[in-house]
Design a protein. Sequence first.
Lengths: 162, 177
Amino acid sequence: MSAAPIAALESTQSFVLLRLGERRFALPARQVAELVAPSRIFRFPHKSAEIEGVILRRGRMIPITDIADRLNGKKLTTRRFFLLATRKFATQADWIAIPVSGECELVATDMMESGANDSPHVAGWLSHGGEVIEVLRLSILTPGPVEHIAPLPPHDIAEALP
Amino acid sequence: MPAPVIARAPQPRTEQIILFRVSGQTFAISSASVQEVRSVDNIAGMAQDLPDSSIRKVRHSIRRGDRTLYIVNAALHFGLQPQPAALVFFLRRTRTALLIDGIEKMTTMSRLQALSLAFQGEELNWYRGLTAIDQAVIPVVQPEGFLSLAELTLLEGAQLAADTRAIAAQTSGAHLQ
């Protein structure tokens, strides 16, 4: 059997592993700008419930959102850093700050693309250090314009059928 | 002999702003948007009650020439705990007179950052964006964002009812005389 279909589903890239409470997750390294110590959060009235406030970093005002709540079912109790990442919506890139509870790690590994049964926020899976780690799709997980995910290719849907 | 042309670096565009307080929160507004600042005491006698207003943040209106302006409580607009307001901003090219707690200072902003795409609520109408002043992030309000077209329509109805009531009171007073 040819290895070509598998090669199409896996790709070696760099990922940043981040810790949110007890679990580790991954983000493509190209989306991650910086890991910074928690700084003053500026709060002002707004109606976007998932946004806690904004931080000021190198003249840029970046909103903060705690994604641990959605992933683990509870907010982080310890915030060691803010991970500054970018999300892409259509043609626009947008920054977001994510509180994380531990050090981050840069790894180069293959990613298995997500399947039909995975949550929309899962872009893929990594196998690293004996763990299977979700690669997060930040544009789905963090507040922003509603993004439509392209339907899966027909063969994936066929595979999902009994 | 023509004078030598001196090349100058382009100056960054700046905008004069007023920093003002509402319930302990600081906001900024372009000073060009503020036509007049008056104390609440100063306008108290001129304001008309709008008992039929279904817009919680607007309870009074005021006549300015041939126009009726609606007095918007900024604290209620932003969902903050209202405190006794001290000043009113009459906003240019709008029908809003804005009740605020006080002015902090006038200053200049050189950069206005659009709200992040993460913001998806009413704040998209409230603010033009964010600016950083003295290492603090300040939202810059949108003068047109205090009253929507739908709210203005409702307020016009309330104003009409208040005017009708006032005319009826005057007429009955005249009949009694």
